[in-house]
Design a protein around this ligand. Sequence first.
Ligand code: PEP
Ligand code: MG
Length: 598
Amino acid sequence: MESTLRGIGVSPGIAIGPAVAFRDDRFEIPRFDVDDVERELTRFEQALEKTRTHLSTIHARTAEKLGDGHAEIFKAHLLILEDVTILEQVKTRIAEEKINVEHILNELSQYYVELLGAVEDSHFQARTADLLDVMERLQRNLLDAEPLQPVEMATPGILFSRDISPSDTVTMDRSNVLGIALDSGSPTSHTAILARALEIPAVMGLHSASALVHNDTTVILDGSEGVLIVDPTEDTLASYRQQQETLEALRSALRGIRQEGETTTRDGVVIPTQANVELPFELVPELRESADGVGLFRTEYLFLNRNTLPSEEEQYQAYFQAAETMHPLPVTLRTMDIGGDKFVSHLQISKEENPQLGWRAVRFCLERKDIFKPQLRAMLRASTLGNIQIMFPMISGLEELRQVKAVLEEVKSELEEESFPFDPNIKVGSMIEVPSAVALTDLLSQEADFFSIGTNDLIQYSLAVDRVNEKIAHLYEPAHPAVLRMIKWTCNAAWASGIPCSLCGEMAGDPLYTEALIGLGVTSLSMSAVSLPLVRAEIGEIDFGEAQELASHLLRLGTAAEIKTEIRTRYEKRRSAEAYLSHAAAREKEVTLPLERG
Ligand code: PEP
Ligand code: MG
């Protein structure tokens, strides 16, 4: 019988297919006595062999798909299987205590977690995580449970799981994953961001869907509405198939439109629409045709899913490639925003009580100049084509902005001494995503070349709602009047100092907010590439003057509900496919920069 589960739509699109359960972590580790020690030792050897085979296959596949750097993690896992201390410990305990091997492995894991978990050293912490991963693989093999592998599906289907990590998402074989349905997660978690990057429709925060939905049951996943329909009737299926087709037709029509040039409002105001880039493979040459540059290059992905730091050279190559692909359009490289929910096991970040309020982004960089400076060197070296700008995340006040800029100056002097060329006029911007920075935008705007509002964090910090906590996801409200006011204050300060003010949080990719954001004074929008067609078409429907009037009206409203009703009503009027196409075709090409409108 058809039933509907509601979650949070985190990556748009409709997927229809059979449910495929991924990685059920809830397996019990039994404890039993063994009479035949030899037999137990043989079981252990066989499980080791099986695990070795699995890991070697995963290593080879990862190397082929993502390169040797990313594959290194599995090489380290293979080495753990050869660790003499561990092997001897297990064998001795089997012989002496005559208990089953999976139980011994469980106790050993707990022992190492306690021993190594207390040591605040990245090496030990990375080893603990690796060790637990390998132990789990071994235990799964002993219990004949499903092996732990990168997400891979033999036939097309919709992946169900309690959770998957950003690394699962990166290593996923996209071809058969039609959609992703997760019990946990939220729109701004990095798994969600990656799902959007890979253009996989996804719904998160579905509570216990992975336990409720049986394998092979037909499901419809609507990543825009955050809805999952289990066992749909023929009528429902037909209606969603129709929607799927309409959406695809609309998107390809819009793809054609977006080749035509700059994004302008109906009355000719240019609002550059740029792409957020999470992964290097997203930097396809077509992006130059469909986006007005890269407004946010999240460099932390060079640091994730590996055991060693990327070298300055490796980073330089990645940044230069981005600059070259997009040239002459701008590429905004954001310095690493490590910490928060982007945990990098090989760096010395210990587990924190409140990671979102912890040792993150520039806070980490200013203490770890040994890591920060090579990144800045690589960015500067990659700037020779003149289209790179550097942006600092999580700036909370003037001190921090001055400190990071001082390090940048230091690095520039070093490069000069070493005769490395770089763009001497490189623009340096500040993200505005911490409420204290909003309060200081009048001062920050005098020392930054541009602002970019990070609403993902600004909403989290101003409303005190952890962006990755699905329990309170309903309180995460982009249309909150306080958020709108903060965006307005930031735009006003940028305007007064004559600097551009972009917005690169997920709000930028939701066409529902486009008119309000433009009216508030945001001068460019940066979003996942998949959102570009809809947002660009939406901008073409908007009149700049009307948008300003709307913004003034919204700023007088006291609740998110009133604000949403207002913007939704106006949006609905504009959203039919026919309206998009006819207005876009008739759109004038006269261009005016909002900054020049006074
Ligand atoms: C933001 O906070 O809005 C942002 C763009 O940065 P991130 O999501 O990487 O924290
Ligand atoms: Mg942020």
